[in-house]
Design a protein around this ligand. Structure first.
Ligand code: ADP
Length: 345
């Protein structure tokens, strides 16, 4: 195993508008800085300690849950704890079997391979991964037709850490090979998001009033990445319109300007709720129809908007489709339809 965590990015994802250096500085580098997700942290601590005592690599682990909840950060923390190098890639970046073969054959013993968005691996690549995960062997078919041969290569001991926002899209053979566990990250509590904002503000060296922390946390969709993004927007606002301190009024004004309401909903979330209410009588409506009536991608609805709207209890998923709840009507300041009033009586 190599000493000290070294990160080698096989592919670096570019998120438009995000400042990577700043994001890296806000990313927790110790378990103490990684706030919340206590059950996962406790389980991982045991697995890590057991692997270290046996002087073996950690078993393969899968993390799932909505974007921005800290899956990638966990992978980096694990690598650091194991003193292993982490190789970072993602499902869409591994287009061909040869791409994965080259990644796997370049691993050194004890390495951690992190595959983000693993649900987007294509089937042929996925099949190469099975024997690699199970018996550390790489089976490559050489040639075609009757003269085809299987070439079997031994791989060094390694750990696959993977993340997905769409666990349901993972085939069961792939899921079952994560022998070290599958962990679902949950949305954060208001208190934990407040702690994350206070920590990030200290790193960014910006003064923020306690009431502003609460206000920001309320609108952060219970998600650390959103909390950090809003903090940075409020800092901009405080620098331009104020004296550099993020005050309660300043943060309120900045968030209003961004059209983020007091539950963290953005215009696109409200458009989805309004489409459900006004175009589909509150539902049930299938996600395809909803995507068509809001001009959004189905994937975006399922991965970005829906998890938080479900978490707030503003929509529900039924076998016949999505339905909007009384809470959503209340939040939007709309009268409840008579059918709902009757069921509430
Ligand atoms: P994911 O991989 O689930 O999309 P990331 O691990 O990239 O999420 O996290 C997004 C950002 O949120 C990180 O850069 C980090 O700054 C912050 N973050 C995530 N989880 C935590 C946490 N538990 N404590 C503090 N900050 C966190």
């Amino acid at each position: 195993m190599t000493q000290g965590a070294e990160e080698i990015s096989i592919v670096s994802r570019k998120e438009p508008g995000e400042d990577k250096t700043l994001d890296a500085s806000l990313r927790p580098h110790t378990w103490n800085d990684y706030i919340g997700q206590d059950a996962i942290k406790k389980n991982l601590a045991i697995s890590l300690e057991a692997a270290r005592r046996r002087n073996e690599p950690l078993e393969h682990i899968l993390f799932y849950g909505p974007a921005g909840l800290g899956k990638t950060t966990l992978a980096h923390l694990i690598a650091k704890e194991m003193g292993a190098a982490i190789r970072v890639t993602s499902g869409p970046a591994i287009e061909r079997v040869g791409d994965l073969a080259s990644i796997l054959t370049n691993l050194i013993p004890g390495d951690i391979l992190f595959i983000d968005e693993i649900h987007r691996l294509n089937k042929l690549v996925e099949e190469i991964l099975y024997p690699a995960m199970e018996s550390r062997s790489l089976d490559i078919i050489i040639g075609k037709g009757p003269s085809a041969r299987i070439l079997q290569l031994d791989l060094p001991p390694f750990t696959l850490l993977a993340a997905t926002t769409r666990i349901a899209l993972l085939s069961s053979p792939l899921r079952s090979r994560f022998s070290g566990g599958t962990y679902r990250l949950s949305f954060y509590t208001q208190q934990d998001i407040e702690r994350i904002i206070a920590r990030s503000a200290a790193i960014l060296n910006v003064a923020i009033e306690p009431v502003a922390i609460t206000e920001l946390a309320l609108r952060s969709r219970a998600t650390p990445r959103v909390a950090n993004r809003l903090l940075k927007r409020c800092r901009d606002y405080a620098d331009v319109r104020g004296n550099g301190v993020i005050t309660a009024d300043g943060s309120h004004d900045a968030l209003e300007l961004l059209e983020i309401d007091n539950r963290g909903l953005e215009p696109s979330d409200r458009r989805i709720l309004e489409a459900l209410i006004f175009k589909h009588n509150g539902g049930p409506v299938g996600v395809q129809t909803l995507a068509a009536s809001t001009s959004e991608e189905i994937e975006t609805i399922e991965e970005v908007y829906e998890p938080y709207l479900l978490q707030l209890g503003f929509i529900e998923r039924t076998p016949r489709g999505r339905v909007v709840t009384a809470h959503a009507y209340e939040h939007l300041g709309l009268p409840l339809p008579t059918t709902m009033q009757e069921t509430l009586l």
